[in-house]
Design a protein around this ligand. Structure first.
Ligand code: BES
Ligand code: MN
Ligand code: ZN
Length: 508
């Protein structure tokens, strides 16, 4: 495994021999340190900028090789644009990492001193840049044998940066601000690792076993096996699992961080279908490999709980994940089968590929019965229909509580993990009524993401609840400044922010 990127903070005056990264705002506005360096370079920076028509726009850069007057072998100047928002700082940090990595530098120093700090303090600016760089540095190379170069020596498995030094006015304060962000990044990386892992390696049992590691961060981890799930009468979840040779698991991860004894638990539930063939209603072959990511909701919940524990969040939070594999076999459930969920409600399974909602039905019911939570948020790669509706830019948000919906939308704007609220209502709910049972698990061609959400809502008591359909965002996601794509770890930063902004300060 490649070493993770090592990020350190140092004073602005620190010497830097390798690659030096400077920032320039709109109209080539430089901070004091960059201006001083330009003077030492005898105006070489401004001259190069003019020659390259570089004006400091976001996502543009120039490179000055072997500059005179400074120790660095290379100076990279990155445009910051007008920016000023938190997300801009994250993206800038990611862009910096990408620029430096592309040049195969081992170590680099970044002068985190823009001409205009915007709304941020110097240490927050530096820490946000660091988080962006760290998030971008992630790569899943576990199964790639390092190539040998011609002389037989092993080439580095990381063809990018190993150490990034961020120079700023208050390095100690920046390092402190970065510590909590780093804990969140570790949660994101856990989620990405889980989603990237192929299904032959990560089945329900292996996923559950991996969750036991979270106890090292202070999380209380319980694993429920098939017998325990039967005793709990989780007939809907077990129906999905019955076609697989690999048994199901439900994992309960509790983080106790609240100061007050009376604090209500925040509850997060994830769909963990380790592989979704569709079952007897089998999916077509093309693209089926992507269904190793059908546990993206569960991965996010695991990453979130690790993040909250890692930064010692002042809340009580519990993550519950339903882990199964949806396979066709002689023991698989058939279209038309009727199962009884833990809630007692019966479900006619008309399409075995609509399995995520069956898993969530029982885990959500169990979560409410056991924890009586303050709210419950579920995440699931639930429907292709949500991708048709929203593409890959927004996750679908379905919510029975306007305040919770508002909090999630704000957290989405701040973190860039955006959610778009979708409707719920009686007319949609009617579409899943069944003649033969209390409900059926599909609602017909129209509004597929909505009828899926309606199905889930039938298992919500009077708890504030939000359902995030992350089929378009948690897996096969687009590459951007802070994610190299496919497994984005989507939702960890969103939900960490939901908690930090609304549930940690005082008990509401
Ligand atoms: N896991 C899929 C949804 C999905 C599709 C996730 C594409 C990510 C990318 C889910 O279990 C599923 O198969 N949903 C069906 C529901 C249908 C049978 C009502 C779908 O969306 O086609
Ligand atoms: Mn499916
Ligand atoms: Zn699925």
């Amino acid at each position: 495994m490649p070493e993770p990127l090592d990020i350190q903070f140092a004073p602005l005056s620190a010497a830097s021999a390798g690659t030096l990264v400077l920032l320039a705002g709109q109209e080539l506005a430089l901070g004091p340190t960059a201006r001083g360096l330009d003077e030492r370079m005898k105006g070489g920076l401004s001259k190069a900028a003019r020659a390259a028509d570089f004006t400091g726009k976001a996502k543009t850069s120039i490179e000055i090789l072997a500059p005179v007057g400074v120790d660095a072998q290379r100076v990279l100047v990155l445009g910051t644009g007008r920016s000023g928002k938190e997300l801009d700082r994250l993206l800038l940090g990611g862009y910096a990492l990408a620029q430096v990595s592309a040049r195969k530098c081992e170590a680099a120093s970044l002068v985190a001193e823009p001409a205009d700090l915007g709304e941020a303090s110097g240490e927050v600016f530096a820490a946000d840049l660091a988080l962006g760089a760290l998030l971008r540095s992630y790569a899943f190379k576990k199964y790639r044998t390092p190539r040998k170069s011609e002389d037989g020596a092993e080439e580095e498995s990381r063809d990018g940066l190993r150490r990034l030094t961020i120079q700023c006015a208050k390095p100690d304060a920046a390092a402190k601000a970065f510590a909590a962000r780093k804990a969140v990044a570790e949660g994101v990386f856990l989620a990405r690792d889980l989603v990237n892992e192929p299904a032959n390696i990560l089945g329900p049992v292996e996923f559950a076993e991996r969750m036991r590691d979270l106890s090292r961060a202070g999380v209380e981890v319980e694993v429920l096996d098939g017998d325990q799930l039967s005793a709990l009468k989780m007939g809907a979840l077990l129906g999905v699992a019955q076609g697989s040779a690999r048994p199901p698991r439900v994992v309960v991860m509790q983080w106790h961080g609240a100061k007050s004894k009376r604090a209500k638990t925040l509850c997060f539930v994830g769909k963990g279908v380790c592989f979704d063939t569709g079952g007897i209603s089998m999916k077509p072959a093309a693209g089926m490999e992507d269904m190793k990511g059908d546990m993206g909701g569960a991965a996010c919940v695991a990453g979130l709980i690790l993040a909250l524990a890692g930064r010692k969040a002042a809340v009580n939070a519990v993550g519950l994940i339903g882990l199964v594999e949806n396979m066709p076999s002689g023991t698989a459930q058939r279209p038309g089968d009727i199962v009884t969920s833990m809630s007692g409600q019966t479900i006619e399974v008309l399409n075995t590929d609509a399995e995520g909602r069956l898993v969530l039905a029982d885990v959500l019911w169990y979560a409410q019965e056991r924890f009586k939570p303050r709210f419950i948020v579920d995440l699931a790669t639930l429907t292709g229909a949500i991708i048709v509706a929203l593409g890959k830019e927004y996750a679908g948000l379905f919510c029975n509580d306007d305040r919770l919906a508002g909090e999630l939308s704000s957290a989405g704007e701040a973190t860039g993990e955006k959610v778009w609220r979708m409707p719920l209502g009686k007319a949609y709910d009617k579409l899943i009524d069944s003649k033969n049972a209390d409900m059926k698990n599909i609602g017909g061609r129209h509004g597929g993401a909505i009828t899926a959400a309606q199905f889930i809502q039938r298992f919500i008591k009077d708890t504030p609840w939000a359902h995030l359909d992350v089929a378009g965002t948690a897996m096969d996601s687009t590459k951007n400044e802070i994610s190299s794509g496919w497994a984005s770890g989507w939702g960890v930063r969103l939900l960490d922010r939901l908690v930090a902004d609304n549930y940690e300060k005082t008990e509401k």
